[in-house]
Design a protein around this ligand. Structure first.
Ligand code: FA5
Length: 326
């Protein structure tokens, strides 16, 4: 049976040797530790010495406890500064839908009214769909118009990030028979320097309408309907003759804003070569296609004079525009 003195000596030794705090606690203060053993030993003490013995064990116990409290690195519960928090008061910034998504939903709604459904295609494309099937062969100078971000994949196949949404035209024709009325919104990528009206990653909405009686007149009527619905007022537009290998004839659509024309879309009657590549060979079937720049439309609608602001990741910008009901 340990004596008070021997426990005291042992304890001093342990302190000197920097014994871990939890080991000291276990060794001296646990249920089977030295202090408990000393308290049990009280029964063997003479009755007149019991009180003094008990007092000494208690003093030793207290000095061990205060040593432990002082050296324990864990925060003392009394010393933690507790501030009650009313969790109903915590305000977090609510995110909002991006202005571009808003606009795409709005465009989808406008076209849905006249029977156009929504199609999609991959952003990681092949040369075949982005160029070849659209009548832009390898050597064709028109390929330079679309500065391409090429992607080398492990199988050695050359892929690319689509430079426009026009590949969706061919994917859709391959899997659907005319009549066709679709729009295909999505991201496109171009390896080009940015400026106030050009981004590297932006959105287009492709449109494709094909059946037996679709003409340039149909195209003009639909485009006029679309702009009137979107802007809720008459908008001055002009069709400029242009060139795309996949349409014949081809146009560029410009919109008059304030004091200048802004190019908003490419369009035209779908070339026979493209129809054939999509599996349509009936000479009575024809149609038109167009490709809008969504950010360019957003610039006009929201009065933004620099396209780079739109994807600047500035939450104030996005939330402000996201609240505007189109
Ligand atoms: C095309 O991409 C054609 N695929 C459009 C088309 C579709 C023509 C179907 C005929 C038939 P273009 O490169 O012009 O064409 O781009 C179309 C629209 O995307 C432009 O009118 C413009 O609004 C927008 N756009 C083009 N480049 C950028 C850019 N770097 N940043 C933002 N918007 C752009």
């Amino acid at each position: 049976m340990a004596s008070i003195e021997s426990v005291q000596i042992e304890y001093q030794k342990d302190i000197k040797n920097n014994l871990e705090i939890n080991e000291i606690e276990h060794k001296y203060l646990s249920r089977k530790g030295y202090i408990a053993e000393l308290f049990k030993g009280v029964k063997d003490i003479l009755p007149e010495a019991k009180a003094e013995y008990g007092q000494k064990v208690n003093e030793l116990k207290q000095s061990i406890e205060s040593y432990i409290t002082e050296h324990n690195s864990a925060p003392k519960i009394e010393s933690i500064d507790i501030h009650p928090v009313n969790i109903t008061d915590i305000k977090s910034e609510l995110g909002s839908i991006s202005p571009i998504s808003w606009l795409i939903f709005r465009i989808q709604d406008i076209f849905a009214e006249i029977g156009f459904s929504v199609a999609t295609g991959p952003e990681l494309e092949t040369e075949k769909y982005n160029f070849d099937a659209l009548n832009i062969p390898k050597s064709h100078p028109a390929r330079d118009v679309w500065d391409t971000i090429w992607v080398q994949n492990p199988a050695g196949i050359k892929s690319l990030l689509r430079t426009h949404t026009s590949p969706v035209q061919v994917h859709y024709m391959e899997s659907h028979k005319p009549p066709i009325r679709i729009i295909a919104p999505g991201k496109v990528y171009r390896y080009e320097a940015t400026d106030a009206t050009h981004e590297t990653v932006f959105h287009q909405v492709e449109g494709l309408m094909i059946d037996t009686s679709t003409s340039i007149a149909t195209f003009k009527a639909i485009i006029q309907y679309f702009f009137k619905e979107l802007f809720q007022q008459e908008i001055k537009i002009r069709l400029r003759p242009s060139y795309f290998p996949f349409t014949e004839p081809s146009f560029e659509i410009d919109i008059w804003i304030e004091d200048h024309w802004l190019e908003i879309a490419g369009a035209g009657m779908v070339s026979r070569v493209v129809l054939k590549n999509g599996g349509i060979t009936d000479p009575h079937i024809q149609g038109f296609a167009f490709g809008f720049g969504v950010e360019r439309l957003a610039m006009i609608l929201y009065g933004i004079d620099d396209i780079r602001l739109i994807h600047s990741a500035d939450i104030r910008f996005a939330s402000q525009l996201g609240k505007i009901q189109l």
